[in-house]
Design a protein around this ligand. Structure first.
Ligand SMILES: C[S@@+](CC[C@H](N)C(=O)[O-])C[C@H]1O[C@@H](n2cnc3c(N)ncnc32)[C@H](O)[C@@H]1O
Length: 237
């Protein structure tokens, strides 16, 4: 049976979808970029392919995801409880709803503070998180999808528990002809207001918030909260 990380790229192929284009354009427009929770490194690899010649660094706490990345990228194992960059990047991004893996206020603050330290003055942190108001997780058990893997169609479907606080527990079932995986996961659905207040606590200000990948303003019931945060200048910088 394959590991979950071995299936990730086939399950989440780069598609040139609106979110892929949104982040790739941002990365191509920045000289130095930190990809927070870079997973299998696809965004940075696409930026290199598209001609980015500046500094591109990614990190992820899941070594099995990093192991699936193409060779030649600058990828580091860990998270911002241990890794540290100081005043080095014009842009930080956190894509693929990776921000929702931060389950507690302490995790969120550690990450936001680490990103703030890593950004140069004027730098931006851009990421998305699903809006709890849209209650998207309630739709997941009704659907499912298939993807091709090693010559066969593999099926994915979700079992989802009712939300407790702002955390949703789920099981991702991946079913092939000769094997089946059931991976438990947890995702936090932070409200736009709580997000802004945690950002402020970490020294970051919300400078833009979109509800769609074509940059329409965030509305109360938007599916996504796509946030652009700016680091407040630190004393002594
Ligand atoms: C759904 S994947 C997204 C990966 C990649 N950003 C993408 O768009 O394909 C979520 C990623 O967040 C990572 N992650 C979990 N906790 C994290 C943390 N505290 N800091 C950074 N990344 C984290 C996971 O290991 C995983 O690779």
């Amino acid at each position: 049976m394959p590991e979950a990380a071995e299936l990730y790229n086939a399950m989440n192929p780069w598609s040139g979808r609106a979110d892929d284009r949104f982040y790739l354009d941002l990365v191509l427009g920045a000289e130095s970029v930190l990809d927070v929770g870079c997973g299998t490194g696809t965004l940075l690899a696409k930026a290199r392919e598209a001609g980015h010649t500046g500094r591109l660094v990614g990190f992820d706490p899941d070594a099995s995801m990093l192991a699936q990345a193409p060779a030649g990228l600058d990828l580091v194992h860990g998270d911002l409880s241990t890794l540290h960059w100081d005043n080095e990047f014009d842009l930080a991004v956190m894509t693929g709803h990776a921000f929702q893996c931060l389950l507690t206020d302490a995790d969120v603050l550690t990450t936001l503070r680490g990103v703030r330290a890593a950004l140069k003055p004027g730098g931006r942190f851009v990421f998305e998180t699903r809006n709890p108001v849209a209650r998207e997780w309630e739709q997941w058990p009704l659907g499912g999808f298939e993807f091709p893997w090693e010559g066969e169609q593999v099926r994915v479907f979700y079992e989802v528990q009712p939300i407790v606080g702002d955390v949703v527990d789920l099981v991702e079932n991946i079913v092939a002809a000769g094997w089946q995986r059931a991976d438990a996961g947890r995702l936090r659905f932070l409200s736009a207001e709580r997000l802004a207040s945690l950002a402020a606590e970490a020294g970051l200000d919300v400078v833009d918030q979109y509800g769609t990948w074509d940059r329409k303003p965030f509305e109360t019931d938007s599916a996504e909260i796509i946030s652009v945060l700016a680091a407040r200048p630190a004393r002594g910088r």
